[in-house]
Design a protein around this ligand. Structure first.
Ligand SMILES: *Cc1c(COP(=O)(O)O)cnc(C)c1O
Length: 337
């Protein structure tokens, strides 16, 4: 496994902490639960995209780029981390965001603006469909644009999560710990592909359980295909030859609910329970859904008492501010007098 030949820019602080959530385990009467704190990667409020961007923006600079273009939802954590990373590297940044400019700028969008990036509102086109047009315009303007894929999910982004898996292995060794399951929010697939490949390369017996948070009209098969092909291309990039079978890939589609970014009771309970037992913030779009899924699986008896479950916190809490009206806070209010 070699990645020293891949260009890279340092953007975050690693290793991120590994902590045990004993109060949450107790509350659920469940297995031991641990958390990998990638919400603390250190780049502009953190998140899993920091790892991917170290390799992807390293590649951009190696290609002589001076302008970064990427896409996402209005509350995209990926776009916010890209905007911060581009600013720190002296690169111009263009974000192609789904929807239209909201009346109130909040959460990640507020941060995007603080980082001074150029925002292009794309209506229905939340996944970067408008990027080619914008790239052509930037070239006509004499710039050298570089496109960061949706969610930072390409072979380079997945390699970052092979390295993250290696980082976790080293922490486990120090703490004499091993996990039976790694649970996390899976969307554009790079995190999932990297962890799955890392798990295979380290011959770890761990089950890698992605909780899908995004409805895809093309269905489950296309998610599987994306993740396997990302993992295969990442393997080639680091000089490994891997094939994956169905048992390597667990993608749970039970918790998609109303779809991407729609917050309901599942997310609300997970966010308040994690905050109130552990003092840790989850987010309304990704980690709230994934933790909601984990809580449900624990209640459904899907883990043995002896299991040791790692929840990989992928970040996202800045979006909480933009979702305040969907957060159920009623039980905490009282009026005096
Ligand atoms: C992007 C993101 C994910 C999903 O990671 P992918 O590699 O795109 O599957 C999960 N959680 C948060 C907070 C994210 O921003």
């Amino acid at each position: 496994m070699k990645y020293n030949h891949i260009p890279r820019e340092r953007l975050g602080f690693f290793p991120t902490p590994l902590v045990e959530l004993s109060k949450l385990s107790k509350k659920l009467n469940g297995p031991r639960i641990f958390m990998k704190r990638d919400d603390n990667t250190g780049l502009a409020m953190g998140g899993n995209k920091t790892r991917k961007l170290e390799f992807i923006l390293g590649d951009a600079l190696a290609h002589g780029a001076n302008t970064i273009v990427t896409a996402g939802a209005a509350q995209s954590n990926h776009c916010r981390q890209t905007a911060a990373a581009a600013a720190s590297l002296g690169l111009e940044c263009h974000l192609v965001l789904g929807g239209k400019e909201p009346a109130h700028v909040n959460g990640n969008l507020l941060l995007d603006k603080i980082f001074g990036c150029h925002i292009h509102w794309a209506g229905q086109n939340r996944k970067g469909e408008d990027i080619p047009t914008i790239v052509e315009q930037l070239k006509r303007d004499g710039k050298t644009p570089y496109v960061v894929p949706y969610g930072g999910s390409n072979a380079l982004g997945a390699v970052a999560f092979v390295e993250a898996f290696a980082e976790l292995q080293a922490q486990c060794k120090d703490l004499r710990l091993s996990f039976t399951h790694i649970v996390f929010a899976s969307s554009s697939g790079g995190t999932h592909a990297g962890l799955m490949l890392g798990n295979k390369l380290f011959k770890s017996p761990c089950q890698i359980v992605g909780i899908n948070i995004d409805k895809d009209e093309a269905g489950e098969a296309s998610f599987h295909q994306t993740i396997v092909s990302l993992a295969s291309s990442a393997a080639r990039l680091i000089g490994e030859d891997c094939t994956f079978s169905d048992s390597d890939l667990t993608l749970n589609l039970d918790y998609v609910g109303e779809g991407y970014g729609v917050m309901g009771a599942l997310e609300n309970e997970a966010i308040s329970m994690t905050a109130q037992t552990q003092g840790i913030l989850l987010d309304p779009v990704y980690t709230g859904k994934a933790m909601g899924g984990l809580i449900d699986m624990i209640r459904a008896g899907q883990f043995k008492p002896s299991d040791r479950v790692l929840f990989w916190h992928t970040g996202g809490a800045p979006a909480l501010f933009a979702y305040s009206s969907a957060l159920d806070l009623a039980q905490n209010s009282s009026t005096l007098g």
